[in-house]
Design a protein around this ligand. Structure first.
Ligand SMILES: [Zn+2]
Length: 63
């Protein structure tokens, strides 16, 4: 799956705050993402994130 820094991902599983979209801050074996609502940052393994992605938004366009 092609996720890049700067993308916004929509996830199947929401953050505890209720939002389900995250800014992608870092990609690699582990991803760092930031919740668009509460601003918390989370580190997650790529494999976990890929299973949880519903869609990717890049430059305002849904991929
Ligand atoms: Zn949140």
């Amino acid at each position: 799956m092609d996720v890049r820094v700067g993308d916004v991902i929509q996830t199947k599983k929401p953050h505890p705050c209720g939002a389900s979209s995250f800014h992608v801050l870092r990609v690699g074996a582990d991803f760092r993402i930031r919740c668009t609502k509460c601003g918390r940052e989370v580190m997650l393994a790529r494999s976990k994130i890929e299973k949880n992605i519903k869609k990717i938004v890049r430059d305002g366009e849904t991929l």
